[in-house]
Design a protein. Structure first.
Length: 353
């Protein structure tokens, strides 16, 4: 019988591992130097990258249940020979990744539908844009995608000193608020995933109203449509898949996976949101309506394996502290309107022959 998984995650090697050193060589010295470096270091395991904690935790759910609930597929534009160091690193880190694509330069998104992908994680902006484009191919329908963002190189302090943003989270917490708890209250081995609301779980319909008319127009729109569910966003199906996995975990292992919603909405505009979740029959374990406050202290308290948000400002604030994935979706993130992705930070790409 063919294998059937509840969730399929496709991840690039640069999202799974820290490939920054080889990437710098490729940028500065060219392909031949890159290949020589990889050959010389073929037995040196790559260090975990931003997507590593999520992948490891997802695969641990298979171990806990004894079921093949989740499949993680490595997709790479390298050829098979150049990818040997990646394969050795997978073995070194004891990751049960059995399926792979090494495309030798072909865009890996071509094969996402063949893998029946539910979530695609990459460090290449164009790949994520292609998958999430509302005018793109039907082949990507139902596939969630996120641009895995490298952490800030500087050590994150426990206090904020952040610039004001242009996003609707204009109010920030006091700079003296600690963001790193002394000890984690969470169960050992628990997988925690955080979603933003508008533009992530939900479409950006309401967010467009806010961008065009401000907070008053946004609140009026949400009040008028309080009984009309929000349209589905790019992470809707992925969240539903996670709920299916929670059900498969059963009572004994249910706590191994916990989901969170952290949104800039306040209580005045929650009715439509709750109506939507009820309509979808989607249960999110925790919901935090921060009403314009900075999300980062809440994220630090949650300590997630990954945080999905469609706001570059929220991503910039959070990435020194937690693994982040930028959901490049909606009107504010179209190629013409969106800001440069993570300014002054080179995005690792997968080098090819």
């Amino acid at each position: 019988m063919p294998l059937s998984f509840k969730l399929v995650v496709c991840i690039t090697s640069t999202a799974l591992f820290d490939c920054s050193a080889s990437h710098e060589i490729w940028l500065n010295e060219g392909l031949e130097a890159y290949q020589a470096y990889q050959c010389a270091n073929i037995k040196v395991p790559l260090e975990p990258g931003v997507g590593f904690p999520l992948v490891r935790s997802l695969l641990d759910l298979n171990k806990a249940t004894g079921k093949q609930l989740i499949d993680v597929v490595l997709v790479s534009r390298n050829d098979g020979e150049s990818g040997e160091r990646v394969r050795n690193s997978i073995t070194h880190h004891n990751l049960c990744i059995m399926r792979m694509s090494f495309t030798g330069g072909t865009d890996v998104t071509r094969y996402l539908s063949a893998w029946k992908c539910d979530l695609f994680l990459s460090t290449e902006e164009n790949q994520v844009r292609k998958v999430l484009s509302t005018t793109g191919s039907d082949a990507f329908k139902g596939i969630a995608a996120g641009l895995v963002c490298p952490p800030i190189n500087e050590t994150a302090s426990t206090k904020f000193n952040l610039p004001e943003t242009s996003d609707n989270s204009k109010t920030t917490l006091d700079n003296n608020v600690p963001v790193s708890p002394q000890s984690s209250p969470w169960p050992e081995g628990q997988l925690r995933i955080v979603f933003d609301g508008d533009g992530v779980l939900f479409s950006d319909e309401a967010e467009i109203v806010y961008q065009r008319g401000g907070l008053d127009a946004f609140r009026e729109n949400e009040q008028n449509k309080k009984d009309i569910p929000l349209p589905k966003g790019p992470m809707h199906m992925f969240a539903m898949k996670l709920q299916e996995i929670q059900e498969e975990l059963g009572k004994d292992n249910r706590a191994m996976l916990r989901t969170f919603l952290v949104t800039a909405r306040d209580h005045v505009v929650t009715k439509r949101l709750f109506r939507t979740l009820t309509e979808w029959k989607l249960k999110i374990d925790e919901k935090h309506f921060v009403g314009g406050l900075d999300k980062t202290p809440f994220l630090c308290a949650i300590d997630p394996a990954i945080f999905f948000d469609d706001s570059i400002e929220h991503i910039e604030r959070a990435r020194p502290y937690v693994p982040t994935a930028y959901v490049i979706y909606g009107a504010k993130n179209n190629a013409a309107a969106a800001p440069q992705i993570l300014p002054n930070v080179a995005q690792p790409t997968e080098e090819v022959d």
